[in-house]
Design a protein around this ligand. Sequence first.
Ligand SMILES: Cc1cc2nc3c(=O)[nH]c(=O)nc-3n(C[C@H](O)[C@H](O)[C@H](O)COP(=O)(O)O)c2cc1C
Length: 305
Amino acid sequence: MKVLVLYYSQTGQLKEIADNCIAPLVTDNSIDVDFVRVETEHQFPFPWTRLTFFNAFPESVYGTPFKLKPIEVDYSKNYDLIVLAYTVWYLNPSIPISSLLQHPNAQHIFKGKKVVTLLGSRNMWVLAQEKVKHHLKRLEADLIGNIVLIDRNKNLVSIITIIRWMFYGKKSPFWGFPRAGIIQEDIENSMRFGEVILKRLKVNKLTDMQEELNKLGAVDINPSLLILEKRATKLFGMYAGFLSKKGDFFNKDRLARVSLLSYLLPIGAFILSPITTISSFLISVIKRKELEADIRYFKQNSLKE
Ligand SMILES: Cc1cc2nc3c(=O)[nH]c(=O)nc-3n(C[C@H](O)[C@H](O)[C@H](O)COP(=O)(O)O)c2cc1C
């Protein structure tokens, strides 16, 4: 059996997750695994500066495709499974992955293929996965599994640690704050999901495996983060429009608005997050059934019509 892992990881965190998760397949002699890194021609810097980080906002939100370096996929191999490993940028698939899914060769790569998505993000990924589901449907691929690793620390704590990590490249614990990013133990334990995939490959049963993955904790959705994410995505759409009016990604004219966003967004997050914690508690009481149905939907792979 042949497996293709397509990924983009800027700091290496997602690559480490993919390495751990896919390890059972790599060590099995009967499975042939190829890792292919997806890269844009434009190099997003790491660590980021304040302006470069927030300048990626409109294109992330709109899913504007960027030019990619040649995608090193061996098209002669008829892969049995594609693992699409991606991170989330501004509640959307990262620009490199969104560019891949809209690339002229995407149909060639994905059409008719079984796909498992593997995410490594801070903690807001649900609506990004909906976009990926739409892309995969358009590409006529069959999404059979989703595995999500997030930073399980409190939302405001992870905002602080990720800002330090993204802007200064520092992941270490400081002033009582934990290490930035996804807990190492969670990364290492992701091997259990690879074992499910391996078992399915061996018996040639590549059908929807979400229920089996969910039993192992592949997708965990926090109701209050889901409510916050839905609110934020509306604001993001409005703000992306405000920035884009001043020009595209390479246009310096929009940097004043980008700078404004760089203050508004963290302030907004710190105000919205505690308010949402309270209001989501009320919503979870008043609209319990609706919220539960939402969560059930986001934990599986089909797409709402
Ligand atoms: C520009 C940018 C925006 C991000 N936005 C989100 C987000 O909306 N939700 C989220 O859960 N994580 C977000 N993250 C965190 C990433 O999903 C990811 O966890 C982190 O960048 C490390 O990934 P890496 O393996 O590519 O280094 C963002 C990261 C960057 C660089």
